[in-house]
Ligand binder design. Structure first.
Ligand code: ATP
Ligand code: MG
Length: 323
């Protein structure tokens, strides 16, 4: 049995000296943090802080300019993600992700979306032969198992009634849950979610919280990028705050919520300014919740950027282009 001390030390993900430059723009600058196994670790920060870029580095969409990203699987195997292609990160490192802008196969049914996610398992069972695909050997059993597994995740995500509908016909909140169910069909040990609550109404947001807490309860670890602080504060065990690619705070939700550097980053004011931190944070979040818009701030150059680089930082576009 694990003691409290070993659990504290049980890191599933360790990021060290991670930097990502796009030309002269430093999107992530010498970042270090870790995520513990079985916990929900939130990565927060204002627009353009570099959160999605960190996910893109973890999941192999970008090759970092510098740094090391280590995953330690439950079987003890350690893998360096920055050295692996993205498909191996899903298959071997057992890391799955969802995207800031939903990416489902809109014309396929809800169930089909979950079966596609199990393609690797099915191809292995087919022995990569046509006879295998025709149902000889292990394929037939694997195919039945995949359908059962997909149904299990449809139940968990509250989507079983919609199994045969085109994914594109689902309401927005349901599409978000389908993306998570699809990621879970790859049986990840680490699930990375990029703004899963974006655009959800309070009821959908609460259903999402339940789904994520259920995933955590069964032992998976979650990395969560989120602007909705009601989600972050209610379900995260650990919060890392980024601003202009640099880590400015790291700790429990309570610690981060009361950290003046975090408030200053969200408001774009000096660290030294005298402000009532919890009050201001609560006001900012209320404005965001009502307007549906994130608070943006004035641009400060990141360390290592030349003045000319300032113009290079365009409004964040979401995932960017794959490198
Ligand atoms: N492929 C790219 N090419 C050039 N610049 C990029 C690329 N991807 C991201 N950036 C820039 O890097 C910075 C960080 O972007 P990123 O998308 O990681 O921010 P974010 O914290 O996810 O923001 P948001 O909360 O708005 O999603 C931004 O200035 C963005 O314009
Ligand atoms: Mg983003």
């Amino acid at each position: 049995m694990q003691t409290a001390a070993t659990m504290q030390d049980d890191k599933i993900l360790t990021v060290e000296h991670l930097s990502m430059r796009f030309g002269g723009l430093v999107a992530v600058n010498d970042l270090g943090f870790s995520a513990r196994r079985g916990e929900i670790t939130a990565l927060i920060g204002p627009n353009g802080a570099g959160k999605t870029t960190v996910f893109n580095c973890i999941t192999g969409f970008y090759k970092p300019t510098q740094g090391m990203i280590t995953i330690r699987r439950s079987n003890g195997q350690q893998l360096l993600l920055e050295r692996m292609p993205d498909f191996k990160i899903t298959a071997d490192a057992k890391v799955a992700r969802t995207f800031q802008n939903i990416r489902l196969f809109a014309g396929m049914t809800v169930l089909e979306n979950l079966l596609v996610a199990q393609h690797n398992k099915l191809m292995k069972a087919s022995g990569f032969t046509v006879l295998g695909l025709l149902g000889i050997g292990k394929y037939r059993a694997a195919s039945a198992e995949s359908i059962e597994f997909a149904k299990h995740w449809l139940e968990r995500a509250g989507l079983i009634e919609r199994a045969d509908d085109p994914a594109g016909d689902l309401p927005y909140g349901a599409q978000r849950r389908l993306e998570i169910a699809r990621a879970m069909c790859t049986e990840p040990e680490l699930l990375c979610l990029d703004e899963p609550a974006a655009g959800l109404n309070p009821r959908e947001s609460s259903a999402l919280n339940d789904l994520l807490l259920g995933i955590k309860a069964q032992g998976a670890s979650i990395m969560l990028i989120e602007h909705d602080m009601s989600v972050v504060m209610q379900i995260s065990d650990h919060v890392v705050v980024l601003d202009y690619g640099v880590k400015i705070s790291d700790g429990t939700p309570e610690h981060v919520k009361n950290d003046p550097k975090v408030i200053a980053a969200y408001l774009g004011v000096d660290d030294e300014a005298e402000i009532d931190v919890p009050q201001v944070l609560s006001d900012v979040l209320k404005v965001e919740a009502v307007s549906g818009k994130k608070i943006s701030r004035t641009r400060k150059p990141a360390a290592g950027e030349t003045p000319a680089d300032k113009t290079a930082r365009k409004p964040a576009t979401g995932e960017g282009t794959k490198k």
